[in-house]
Design a protein around this ligand. Structure first.
Ligand code: CP
Length: 309
């Protein structure tokens, strides 16, 4: 298995064996972070963020710094030469001389794929529009492995904006390749998962899919609950967003019906879909999930850079 030099644009760019390799290395890095403190000495990560981010950009930067590497980049394209009209192809050609690996977030679906076509160094998709967010999925898989010891027999309810949520799309594509996954998809009818995802990808893997508009209906059935926010920035009209934004709010009362071994996740940021009181519940692991994201990204970058560990 050789990941060196690969671009990671879509969740399906990594086989299950490769995903497991990254997760196992991430666990080792979490357990013994100091051992890897010089692994990427001399390597430079470029973070090109054309769209806001807290976790993805800063966890990538933290990951590279923890491995002894350096970081350059921008968190606001308005401060780059994009403002003067420079296109992605030219930006990437230039960055190939400044860095060894790139992570890019962009509001347009396909922008990181385009970037990868002009790059001789690895390009990682840090989220493109409402399409894909593969390193969030690595973080999610690592969280499941960390708290459930294995990624099999997962009965996962995914609740919220399944139409525009790129974290959801990547997770669905990936978990459907793991053994005995069952999905409970909870959304308003306007925000159901895209047709291509349900039919072309998930059914190919013979996964069980239950769909509902009710957050409570399968609460006592699932062993993972993955809450998501309604993606305000992807709506065409403010009125439509306002109509749907309060569709689901997880409260301690609703969680009373959940299993004792429930793993409660959220890619964050949270808006109002999880009551702050839920944070005290020992099953709520979304902040730990965000913290594990650093180790997932450390492992991914080390392997893409071909670092010997
Ligand atoms: N989960 C996630 O992608 O968070 P950010 O938008 O803050 O990067």
């Amino acid at each position: 298995m050789k990941l060196q030099g690969k671009h990671i644009i879509d969740a399906s760019d990594l086989s299950v064996d490769e995903l497991n390799l990254i997760i196992d290395l991430a666990l080792e890095m979490k357990a013994n972070t100091e051992k890897f403190s010089n692994l990427c000495k001399g390597k430079i990560l470029a973070t090109l963020f054309y769209e806001p981010s807290t976790r993805t950009r800063l966890s990538f930067e933290s990951a590279m710094l923890r491995m002894g590497g350096a970081i350059i980049g921008f968190s606001d394209a308005e401060t780059s030469s994009v403002k003067k009209g420079e296109n992605i192809a030219d930006t990437i050609r230039v960055l190939n001389n400044y860095a060894h690996i790139i992570v890019m977030r962009h509001p347009r679906e396909g922008a990181p794929l385009l970037a990868s076509q002009y790059s001789t160094i690895p390009v990682i998709n840090g989220g493109d529009g409402g399409h894909q967010h593969p390193t969030q999925t690595l973080t999610d898989l690592l969280t499941i492995k960390y708290y459930k010891n294995d990624i099999k027999d997962i009965k996962i309810a995914i609740c919220g904006d399944l139409l525009f949520g790129r974290s959801v799309h990547s997770l669905l594509k990936t978990l459907s390749r793991y053994p005995n996954t069952e999905f409970v998809l909870i959304s308003p009818s306007e925000l159901r998962i895209p047709y291509y995802l349900k039919n072309d990808i998930m059914k190919k893997h013979n996964v069980r899919i239950l769909e509902t508009t009710s957050l409570e209906e399968y609460m006592d059935y699932v062993n993972v609950l993955y809450m998501t926010r309604i993606q305000k920035e992807r709506f065409f009209s403010e009125d439509e967003y306002i109509k749907l934004k309060g569709s689901y709010v997880l409260t301690p009362e609703k969680l009373k019906y959940a299993r004792k071994d429930l793993l409660l996740m959220h890619p964050l940021p949270r808006v109002n879909e999880i009551d702050y009181e839920v944070d005290k519940d020992p099953r709520a692991k979304y902040f730990e999930q965000a913290s594990l994201g650093v180790f997932a990204r450390m492992a991914l970058m080390a392997l893409l850079l071909g670092r010997d560990y």
